[in-house]
Design a protein around this ligand. Structure first.
Ligand code: DQA
Length: 145
């Protein structure tokens, strides 16, 4: 059976492509997910994706991943910087967690320098734009090997 990995996308990422393209690029979230799924398929990984603008939906997706999914890749978007509930849900997940950002948040506004997700993440991929989605799948593949 293929290994299943969950990719979570937080608030406003549904607007990628039209939202601040100077920062986030012109590709859509669908484009990024398609790229990640192509790499996943080559590596024998089944990639599930959920985007939500609602904190509770993302928390429940992490709960639903417990015991079912091998790893989680999460671009929590703005929730990265304040969502203790998502942080706690991820802390209760057993497998690797890869924190993902399109932009290099450390070079941006000071409020983006704090991530409540990082302390419960296995590692971070940040600042590689859309390439990060494919890199994150490769990272979980290597971590699960
Ligand atoms: C982001 C960075 C966050 O600070 C921001 O709120 C986002 C996107 C990124 O992918 O670069 O919505 O997570």
């Amino acid at each position: 059976m293929a290994t299943t990995v969950l990719l979570l996308s937080g608030p406003n990422l549904n607007l990628l492509g039209i939202r601040e393209p100077d920062i986030y690029g012109s590709a859509t979230l669908d484009d990024h997910v398609a790229g990640a799924k192509a790499v996943a398929s080559d590596l024998g990984i089944e990639l599930e994706h959920l985007q939500s603008n609602h904190e509770g939906a993302l928390v429940e997706a992490v709960h639903g991943a417990r015991g079912r999914v091998a790893a989680i890749i999460v671009n929590a978007a703005a929730m990265t910087h304040y969502s203790w509930s998502l942080r706690d849900a991820l802390a209760a997940f057993d497998g690797p967690v890869v924190e993902l950002h399109l932009s290099n948040t450390a070079t941006r506004e000071p409020w983006r320098h704090t991530s409540v997700i990082t302390p419960v993440a296995t590692g971070i991929i940040s600042g590689f734009g859309g390439h990060g989605y494919r890199l994150a799948v490769e990272a979980v593949f290597l971590l699960l090997k």
